[in-house]
Design a binder for this molecule. Structure first.
Ligand SMILES: Nc1ncnc2c1ncn2[C@@H]1O[C@H](COP(=O)(O)OP(=O)(O)OP(=O)(O)O)[C@@H](O)[C@H]1O
Length: 271
């Protein structure tokens, strides 16, 4: 991989326990009894029914389940895009229930990189301008450093040669690579991706997956909703959601009753 642009010296902010008042030894993500109920014209609909979940730093987690099972609702709770009806959520030691709407947006921008199925790049900005946006929004890195950092990240995802094109001038897979660079802009420890390969052909999906694998090796934590069974088999842990509850977990990090790996849980091959 070319490295025409040097990695900027200054790292992004890291999530640390001092950001909030987490329980001792808290994992990166911790949910306790999270319930989400929506009010609908025909009454209350409970989309999440008391989720307990812990995800450690450096895990690569796939969230799977049938359409309507609650996958997006779950990750929207973790990113703070939506609020729980009850229950507690800590991310990196921050009890995010306590954040106001204004604080939530800035906190999210600094600590979580979000990747969407349809990329959601701003069409009137070039690829490099799209990658600079989160740094501008959160006032991260010195203004003079932001362009070089954006170019460095585009290089990491093999898109530096297209930096000055508009999103409409590159392919879907290339747009997703730019979106991944954008998600990395503020150097967040956590990446959350909702169907990141859902709009890509299988070869391009595989290259995006390989990029995620590399990021996990660099100690990023990735939480990914996917319908792609092949990809879900290649992560370190899968969480299956059904009717708003965790039906099943598989992988090396899956909890067991006695603290030892559960022999009944299949050990997935590492990514
Ligand atoms: N704003 C809302 N108001 C009412 N019901 C909602 C709302 N958002 C989601 N739901 C319902 O909550 C349930 C879970 O939705 P969610 O989007 O989390 O499912 P999902 O597993 O991500 O589905 P898919 O795989 O199709 O994206 C669904 O039955 C959905 O209709």
């Amino acid at each position: 991989m070319n490295n025409r642009f040097q990695k900027p010296e200054k790292p992004g902010t890291r999530l640390r326990p001092s950001d909030g008042q987490p329980p001792q030894g808290s994992p990166l993500i911790r949910l306790e009894q999270v319930v989400k109920a929506y009010q609908t014209p025909v009454g209350e609909f409970v989309a999440l029914r008391g989720i307990d979940l812990q995800i450690g730093e450096g895990e690569f987690v796939a969230v799977v389940g049938k359409s309507g099972s609650g996958k997006s609702t779950l990750i929207n709770m973790i990113t703070g895009i939506d609020r729980p009806t009850s229950g507690d959520i800590w991310v990196g030691g921050t009890h995010i229930n306590d954040l106001s709407e204004g604080k939530m947006a800035e906190w999210r921008g600094r600590h979580i990189g979000i990747i969407f199925q349809f990329f959601q790049l701003l069409p009137m900005l070039s690829c490099v301008e799209n990658v600079m946006l989160p740094m501008d929004f959160c006032n991260m890195f010195r203004p003079a450093e932001r362009y070089d950092r954006a170019m460095y990240l585009l290089e990491q995802v093999d898109m530096a040669d297209h930096a000055h094109k508009l999103p409409s001038e590159v392919s879907g897979g290339q747009q997703q690579r730019v979106a991944i660079a954008r998600a990395l802009a503020n150097d967040p420890p956590l990446l959350v991706a909702d169907e990141p390969t859902g709009n890509l052909d299988s070869k391009t999906a595989d290259s995006v997956f390989q990029l995620f694998t590399r990021l996990v090796a660099e100690r990023k934590t990735i939480l990914m909703v996917t319908h792609d069974e092949d990809l879900a088999r290649r992560v370190t842990r899968t969480i299956t959601i059904a009717d708003g509850a965790i039906l099943h977990e598989a992988g090396p990090q899956a909890p067991s009753t006695d603290g030892q790996p559960d022999p009944a849980i299949p050990q997935l091959r590492p990514a």
